[in-house]
Design a protein around this ligand. Structure first.
Ligand code: HEM
Length: 256
C-alpha cells in the first residue's frame, strides 16, 4: 500500500511537471521563434527587458534548463529507463546535475540582482530553494562518485522534490485560488502577502519532510506507521491532482 501510494503520487506529479514543461516550451519557445521577445512578459513582470542583455540571456537559459530538469527528472526516476538504457541514464543524470547548478546560481542572479515581484520573505523562501538545490545536487553527485548508491538514491529523490518546488508553489496557489475563488492571504497586484511567504518556504520544506516520513516508514516503520504514511500520500495525491488541474486550466492552457 505504501509503495503503491508513493507511485501514484509520483505519476500525478510527473504528469503535472510535464504539463508545466510543455507550457514553458510552447509559450517561451513560440515567442522566441517568432522573434516576439515581448511575448516572454506574458507571465513575468521582468521577462524580456530591452537592453538588459545579460539578464535576458540568463532568463533564456533559466527557461531552457527548467524544461531540461522538468522533463529529465521524469526520465531519471523511471526504473525501466535506468535498467534498459543505462548509457542514457548516466548522461541524463549528468545533464540534470549540471542544469541544477545553473538553475540555482542563475535563479539567485534573477532574484537578487535583476529583481522580481514579491517581498523579502518570498525572496528568502526562494533563496532557500536555490541553496538546497545546489546542496542536493552536490550530495547526489558525491555519493554517485563514491558508489554509495543507497545514499545517492536518497539525495536524488530530495533533489527531484526541491527541483519541483517552484512547480509545487504554482499548483498550491492555483488550488487555493480555485477553492476560494478570490485571492486570500495576499495582494494580487503587489503579489505579496503572508500566504505567498508561507508557500515560498513550504514549496521546499513540506515535500522534503514528507519524503523523510516516507523513507522512515519504508525502511523502519511498523505496519501502522506504513498505513498512516500511505494514507497521507493518498490525500496528497488527490490534492496534487487538484492543483495540477487548477494550474493547467486556470494558468498554463490559457497562456498557450
Ligand atoms: C529548478 C527549478 C526551477 C524551475 C523549473 C523554474 C522555472 C521557471 C519558469 C518556468 C519561469 C518563468 C515564469 C513562468 O512562466 O511561470 C521562471 C522564472 C523565474 N525564476 Fe525560476 N525555476 C526554478 C528555480 C528557480 C530558483 C531556484 C530561483 C531563484 C533562486 C528562480 C528564480 C526565478 C525568477 C526570479 C524568475 C523571474 C520571475 C519574474 O520576474 O516574474 N527559479 N522560473
Amino acid at each position: 500500500m505504501l509503495e503503491n501510494s508513493a507511485r501514484s503520487w509520483a505519476v500525478v506529479a510527473i504528469t503535472g511537471q510535464l504539463i508545466f514543461a510543455t507550457y514553458v516550451s510552447v509559450v517561451y519557445g513560440k515567442a522566441l521563434a517568432a522573434g516576439n521577445m515581448k511575448g516572454w512578459n506574458v507571465a513575468m513582470p521582468r521577462g524580456y527587458v530591452e537592453g538588459d542583455t545579460s539578464g535576458n540571456i540568463t532568463l533564456g537559459l533559466h527557461l531552457l534548463f527548467a524544461v531540461v530538469m522538468l522533463a529529465g527528472g521524469a526520465a531519471q526516476l523511471a526504473p525501466w529507463i535506468r535498467n534498459r538504457y543505462p548509457q542514457f541514464y548516466r548522461w541524463n543524470g549528468r545533464l540534470y546535475l549540471g542544469a541544477a547548478a545553473l538553475m540555482g546560481v542563475g535563479g539567485l542572479y534573477l532574484l537578487w540582482v535583476r529583481g522580481t515581484v514579491g517581498g523579502l520573505g518570498q525572496h528568502l523562501g526562494t533563496t532557500l530553494n536555490a541553496v538546497l538545490l545546489l546542496l542536493c545536487a552536490a550530495m547526489t553527485l558525491r555519493h554517485a562518485i563514491a558508489r554509495r548508491f543507497r545514499d545517492h538514491q536518497r539525495w536524488a529523490l530530495r533533489l527531484f522534490l526541491v527541483t519541483g518546488g517552484v512547480w509545487c508553489f504554482r499548483i498550491s496557489l492555483m488550488l487555493i485560488l480555485m477553492i476560494y475563488r478570490r485571492p486570500v492571504g495576499f495582494d494580487l497586484k503587489a503579489f505579496d502577502g503572508p500566504l505567498l511567504t508561507f508557500l515560498s518556504f513550504a514549496q521546499t520544506l513540506i515535500p522534503l519532510a514528507i519524503l523523510e516520513l516516507y523513507l522512515w516508514a519504508r525502511d523502519r516503520g511498523t505496519a501502522m506507521g506504513k498505513m498512516a504514511v500511505a494514507g497521507l500520500l493518498i490525500v496528497l495525491t488527490l490534492a496534487t491532482a487538484g492543483g495540477v488541474a487548477a494550474a493547467t486550466l486556470g494558468m498554463w492552457l490559457p497562456r498557450m
